[in-house]
Write a protein that binds this ligand. Structure first.
Ligand code: PLP
Length: 411
């Protein structure tokens, strides 16, 4: 076992640069009025990184509140079923609130407290990031307001109630398509107005610099733990890492610490919806073009007039018209490969893993599992795959009922 398998070699990775860019992507495409707020946030974050008090508090809450480290689980029956490489699940589904989103929400709310902010705002689509943020705000005693599209509030009433139980105010957004992208616009607008006492907790590795950096750093713990845990179990590095890609936070969280290890392949899986040719999907790297949305330059699903096109996925968490700028860069450099799994493939993997492992995965995570079903059988039995189980599927059971009749399914 070489030392390099224990210690990450990603240290010399130079992104983002001083302008907040990842190669050609990223940056700060925001109104002039937001520039001072982004500057203040970047300075506070840079200071927090080397503040032992901040890091100790974060470590303690990760351990005692979130439940970290989350386990690395050898999925034996899934492995046997696929007949190729050994498959491990990184169990972010066991983190408090049931997904990786708490890693970022907790880190950012702690940072807001350190900055002396009294108020937290967030956007949410399906409600998962809103719930994670409302949770962290309750824990740390900050006032919380969550913007949510009216259409999404209608579809996700349980999460609206959850946020309210946690003491947050959920504000309906009635503009545009009344979904996530409109909620982000509204949150940005609020932030411009109330920046003095308010921190905006952005939910993924998107938005203007320094958000993609901050969110990546708070999610990196996933890959750091995986590296250590796999070393304990197998004394080696994995051959392949798989994760689903919505905005891109759980995937970069798993991948980041392995970027410097040339022998580790990484594949990000986008939502293929009803098929990439149908136009009803969220596969930004297949159907998207270069554009700026929500403050960053990246791949965007838009029409020839620059209008954002409607997206579709069976999983709400992957249903977003753009993707984090760092992913655009890592794709271009060839370091990470991207593919998609469609709704049906994800639903099949959702059922398969429930039956074989007794784990109901989030429909988002099921996209990564679906790709494993295609890729793992062709791999050698001595190879190792780690899949990020980004969340648990309890939240998706209502959605799955529409597609699946239990008892009839055949894994
Ligand atoms: C929100 C969510 C995702 C997608 O977001 P990323 O930023 O791409 O990680 C994936 N899985 C789960 C369980 C989610 O809640």
């Amino acid at each position: 076992m070489e030392e390099s398998a224990i210690l990450s070699e990603t240290q010399s990775y130079p992104y983002p640069d001083v302008k907040g860019r990842y190669g050609a992507y990223g940056g700060k495409y925001v109104p002039e009025t937001l520039m001072p707020a982004l500057q203040e946030l970047e300075e506070a974050y840079t200071a927090a990184k080397t503040d032992p008090g901040f890091q100790q508090r974060l470590d303690a809450l990760r351990r005692d509140y979130v439940g970290r480290p989350t386990p690395l689980f050898l999925a034996e029956r899934f492995t046997e079923h696929l007949g190729g490489a050994r498959v491990y699940f990184k169990r972010e589904d066991l983190a408090h609130t049931g997904a990786h989103k708490i890693n970022n929400a907790l880190g950012q709310v702690l940072l807001a407290r350190k900055m002396g902010k009294e108020r937290i705002i967030a956007e949410t689509g399906a409600g998962q990031h809103g719930v994670a943020t409302a949770t962290a705000a309750a824990l740390l005693g900050l006032c919380c307001e969550v913007y949510m599209g009216e259409e999404d509030m209608e579809r996700q009433q349980l999460n609206v109630f959850r946020m309210e139980l946690l003491g947050a105010r959920v504000t309906p957004v009635k503009t545009g398509t009344r979904t996530l992208k409109d909620a982000i616009n509204e949150a940005l607008r609020d932030w411009v107005t109330n920046v003095g006492n308010t921190h905006y907790v952005l939910g993924t590795v998107h938005g203007p610099h320094p958000y993609p950096l901050i969110c990546r750093d708070f999610q990196r713990i996933i890959g750091e733990e995986t590296r250590r845990q796999l070393y304990e179990k197998e004394q080696r590095l994995p051959n392949l890492l798989l994760a689903c890609v919505g905005g891109g936070s759980n995937s970069i969280g798993l991948f980041f610490d392995f970027l410097g290890d040339a022998g580790v392949r990484m594949v990000g899986v986008e939502a293929g919806g009803l098929g990439v040719d149908s136009g009803k999907h969220a596969a930004r790297f297949s159907g998207g073009v270069l554009g700026s949305l929500h403050g960053a330059l990246s791949y965007v699903l838009q029409d020839v007039h620059g209008q954002i096109t409607g997206t579709h996925s069976v999983s709400a968490g992957l249903d977003y018209p753009s993707v984090g700028p760092e992913h655009a860069h890592l794709r271009e450099s060839g370091r990470i490969e991207y593919t998609s799994a469609d709704d049906q493939e994800a639903l099949d993997a959702f059922q398969l893993v429930a039956r074989l492992e007794g784990i109901i995965p989030a429909l988002e995570s099921a996209h990564a599992l679906a790709h494993a079903c295609k890729a793992v059988p062709d791999m050698g039995k001595d190879e190792i795959v780690v899949i990020n189980m980004s969340g648990r599927g309890d939240k998706d059971v209502q959605q799955a009922i529409k597609y699946i009749s239990p008892g009839e399914q055949s894994p």
